[in-house]
Design a protein around this ligand. Structure first.
Ligand SMILES: [Ca+2]
Ligand SMILES: [Ca+2]
Length: 487
C-alpha cells in the first residue's frame, strides 16, 4: 500500500504544481545549466532486442560497449517487461500508456490508430507537445506500417515514411526459398555502415542535436536492428567467429510440461525445426549478435553527438526495446510468447538528476515509461495511464515495489513476473509457474503441484480485472477449414 500512497502524493503534488503554474517559461531554455529549465528528451527505441546486452548479462559473447556506457551513466532496469510480446501492441501500449487488456489492442494485425480506446488517447509525444515541447523523430517508434503523424512536429524521412530502405545481399544468404521464410534470414553485407537505414536515421537525429530550438525538444530515434533480417555489415559478423559462439541452453523436452496453449505459441514444428534441420542455429545466433553490435554502434554515435552538443547537460535519455526474443529456448524463435526470453528487455534512464551507475532489478514494465517521463520532466500528470512512475525506484533502486510486471499476448493470455516468480495463465485457464530463484531458464513448470497453490493465488491477484475484446483486425485472418465448416 505504501507505494500507492506515495504515488497518490506524487500525483497530487504534480497537480498542485501544474495548477500554480510552475511550468517553465520557454525563454529560460536558452540559459544552459539553469536547473529550473525544462529538460529535453532523447528517446531511443531499439527493435527486438532481448537481454543479450552486456549490462543485462543475457549472453556471454555479446559486445555492447555503448549500451553499457549509457547504463553506467544512469540507471538500468535489468528486469523490464513488455506489455505485449509483439512490435505493434507493445509500442501502442508504451506510447499511449494503455495496457492491451484495457484497449483490446493485442496483435500486429490490428490497427492501433483505429482502436476505439487508443484513438482517443493523447500519445506520449502529444502530451509533451501540449506542454510546450517540440516533438521530432525518425525511424521505428510506432509499428512500421502504422505511423502517427499527429504525434510529431517533424519526422524523417516523413511523417508517413518512417525510415529509408535497407540494402540487401545479392541473394538470400540462407539460400532463400521456403527454408528462410522471407525475412527469417541472416548474413553479412558488403556495405559501409552509412548505407544502412539505421545509420541514416541516426545521422538525421545527430543533425537535430546541432540545431537551435525555441522550445525544449522530445527527440525520438527508432533503431530497427536487431529486427530481422539480420543483414548488417560484415565487420559486425567478424566480431563473433562461428566456432566460438555460445548457443542458448535448451532442453529438448522442455515443452512436455507446458500446456497446449503454450506449445501452440512455441510452434516447435516451425522455425525451430527448420533452423535445426538446416544447421543454421549457430549462424542465426551470430546474425543476432552481429545485429545487436551494429545497433550498439548506432547508439554510440548518437550519444557522442549529444555529448558534443549544447544539450549535453540538460537532456534526459531514455532507451528501451519493445520486447525480447527467443533463439531456440523452449524450442521457440521470435517473440509472440509469454516466457522470460520473449518478454524481457532492457530499459535505461540517464541524465540530469539521475545518479550514475545504478541498477534496479525490480520487475517493471515498458508501460511505466510514459508516467516516468512525465514526472521526470515535471509535466502535468496525465490521467488514464496504466503504468506507474518509476521515479521512486530511480531515487532508490531498493525501494519497496509491490506491483509485478504484466505481459499480455492475445485476448486473456497473461504472464506476470514478480522478483521470484513467473506465472502464466492462458485464455483456457491452463497455467505455468516458474521459480526464478532456482530455475532462471523456466524449465520446470510448477503449476500442477498443489504445494504452490498459495503462490498461484497471490499471482492471480495481479491479473487484469477487465479483458477487452480485440478491436478490429486490419486484414482478416486466414481461417482454417474447421472454421469454415462451422459456418
Ligand atoms: Ca519488435
Ligand atoms: Ca519444461
Amino acid at each position: 500500500m505504501n507505494t500507492l500512497v506515495t504515488r497518490r502524493i506524487i500525483i497530487v503534488a504534480a497537480m498542485v504544481c501544474a495548477a500554480v503554474g510552475c511550468m517553465h517559461p520557454m525563454h529560460l531554455l536558452a540559459a544552459e545549466g539553469d536547473k529550473s529549465a525544462p529538460l529535453n528528451v532523447l528517446f531511443i527505441a531499439i527493435d527486438d532486442l532481448n537481454d543479450w546486452v552486456g549490462c543485462l548479462g543475457g549472453h556471454p559473447d555479446v559486445k555492447t560497449p555503448n549500451l553499457d556506457r549509457l547504463a553506467g551513466r544512469g540507471i538500468v532496469f535489468t528486469h523490464t517487461y513488455c506489455a505485449a510480446p509483439a512490435c505493434n501492441p507493445s509500442r501502442a501500449a508504451l506510447m499511449t500508456g494503455v495496457l492491451p487488456s484495457r484497449s483490446g489492442m493485442y496483435v500486429n494485425a490490428q490497427d492501433w490508430r483505429k482502436n476505439p480506446t487508443l484513438a482517443k488517447t493523447t500519445t506520449l509525444p502529444q502530451h509533451f507537445m501540449a506542454n510546450g515541447y517540440t516533438a521530432l523523430g525518425s525511424g521505428k517508434i510506432y509499428h512500421g506500417s502504422q505511423p502517427h503523424p499527429a504525434s510529431w512536429d517533424e519526422y524523417w524521412p516523413s511523417k508517413t515514411k518512417i525510415r529509408p530502405i535497407d540494402p540487401l545481399p545479392p541473394k538470400m544468404p540462407w539460400g532463400g526459398g521456403k527454408a528462410a521464410q522471407k525475412h527469417f534470414d541472416w548474413g553479412p553485407l558488403d556495405v559501409e555502415d552509412d548505407e544502412m537505414a539505421d545509420r541514416k536515421v541516426a545521422a538525421w537525429v545527430i543533425e537535430q542535436l546541432k540545431r537551435k530550438y525555441e522550445k525544449p525538444f522530445f527527440l525520438a530515434c527508432g533503431l530497427f536492428r536487431p529486427h530481422l533480417p539480420w543483414y548488417v555489415p560484415k565487420k559486425y559478423f567478424d566480431m563473433y567467429p562461428l566456432d566460438k559462439i555460445t548457443l542458448p541452453e535448451v532442453k529438448d523436452d522442455d515443452l512436455d510440461d507446458v500446456p497446449e496453449a503454450g506449445r501452440k505459441m512455441a510452434r516447435p514444428w516451425g522455425d525451430h525445426r527448420r533452423v535445426v534441420e538446416h544447421d543454421q542455429w549457430r549462424k542465426a545466433v551470430q546474425g543476432y549478435l552481429a545485429s545487436i553490435s551494429f545497433t550498439d554502434a548506432s547508439v554510440g554515435r548518437v550519444l557522442d553527438a549529444l555529448d558534443a552538443s549544447p544539450y549535453k547537460d540538460n537532456t534526459l535519455i531514455v532507451l528501451w526495446s519493445d520486447h525480447g526474443w527467443h533463439l531456440g529456448e523452449k524450442l521457440h524463435w521470435r517473440k509472440f510468447a509469454l516466457w522470460e526470453e520473449a518478454t524481457r528487455n532492457g530499459m535505461i534512464f540517464a541524465g540530469p538528476g539521475i545518479k550514475s551507475g545504478q541498477r534496479c532489478d525490480t520487475p517493471v514494465g515498458l508501460i511505466d515509461i510514459y508516467p516516468t517521463l512525465v514526472e521526470l520532466c515535471k509535466l502535468p500528470a496525465k490521467d488514464g495511464l496504466d503504468g506507474l512512475s518509476l521515479v521512486p525506484l530511480i531515487e532508490n533502486p531498493q525501494a519497496k515495489w509491490e506491483r509485478p510486471a504484466l505481459t499480455t499476448h492475445g485476448f486473456k493470455n497473461h504472464g506476470i513476473r514478480s522478483e521470484k516468480w513467473r506465472y502464466i495463465q492462458y485464455a483456457d485457464g491452463s497455467e505455468e509457474l516458474y521459480d526464478h530463484d532456482k530455475d532462471p531458464m523456466e524449465w520446470k513448470n510448477l503449476a500442477r503441484d498443489d504445494k504452490y497453490d498459495d503462490v498461484k493465488k497471490k499471482m492471480r491477484k495481479w491479473l487484469p480485472k477487465e479483458n477487452t475484446k480485440p478491436s478490429k483486425m486490419v486484414q482478416k485472418k486466414k481461417r482454417g477449414k474447421k472454421a469454415k465448416k462451422k459456418k
